[in-house]
Design a protein around this ligand. Structure first.
Ligand SMILES: [Zn+2]
Ligand SMILES: [Zn+2]
Length: 235
């Protein structure tokens, strides 16, 4: 997801970047005094490869001119890395901004990126756990419209109180016809809709990008490079 007219983008991490992101994450947590150097959470922060290789999980990086300035790990319901997720929810974890780039709004950008990721992957809610002593984190999520859910707070084995926030994300709005690519409101797409019962969409219904269609033994899949796999037909 490239932010138009800016030099920022959020994308999946590359293999060559694991070490850099591990260090960035630990340094960020240390600088924010969320952990101490001998904290039992350090091995989890540094194990970028382990997170990348967990089914369903995706590690994202925020880049500024190709430099990684922040990272977040998307942990959907059903994956092994969620703590409080319920069906339909995704839990961003290891949200870290490079200690050299704090107070530049990157944490908020990552949360926005997390919401976009949730939408694109069909999740309805973003859920986060914030350590009770992490004032910056609490202020961030409150400012961004998250709701406190005290009944879902929990305590780690070593006594850290984690407080839960959630924010619903609206489903992506269908604007374009998947077959002809014109706006759905522009004309009657009855014929297109009939055709889409039998063939994959050619256009993303959200952004009108050309879909990447793959024929599979079961039929086909169609993906937008921005909005993921789609099953929504024209309406
Ligand atoms: Zn159409
Ligand atoms: Zn799209």
């Amino acid at each position: 997801m490239t932010h138009p007219a800016t030099r920022f983008s959020i994308r999946p991490i590359r293999r060559t970047e694991y070490e850099h992101v591990a260090k960035l994450s630990v340094d960020a947590y240390l600088a924010a005094e969320t952990i101490t150097p001998d904290d039992p959470y350090v091995p989890f922060l540094t194990d970028v490869e382990g997170r990348v290789n967990t089914a369903g999980v995706e590690v994202l990086v925020l880049t500024e001119h190709d430099d990684i300035v922040a990272t977040v790990t998307m942990c959907p319901y059903g994956s092994d890395l969620t703590e409080v997720c319920q069906p339909g929810e995704v839990e961003p974890r290891v949200l870290a901004v490079s200690a050299d780039h704090t107070r530049r709004g990157f944490a908020a950008k990552l949360v926005e990126g997390s919401e976009a990721w949730a939408q694109a992957n069909g999740f309805t809610t973003v859920t986060v756990c914030v350590a009770s002593h992490n004032e910056i984190g609490h202020n961030l999520y409150r400012k961004l419209g998250f709701t406190r859910c005290p009944d879902r707070d929990w305590v780690t084995w070593n006594g850290v109180i984690l407080q839960t926030y959630t924010r619903p994300v609206p489903p992506l709005e269908s604007v374009f016809c998947g077959r002809c690519g014109q706006e759905l409101s522009a004309k009657d797409h009855g014929q297109c809709q009939a055709a889409l019962e039998l063939e994959p969409p050619r256009y993303c219904h959200v952004c009108k990008r050309r879909m990447v269609v793959q024929v599979t033994p079961a039929g086909w899949t169609a993906r937008c490079k921005e909005h993921g796999e789609q099953t929504v037909a024209a309406n």
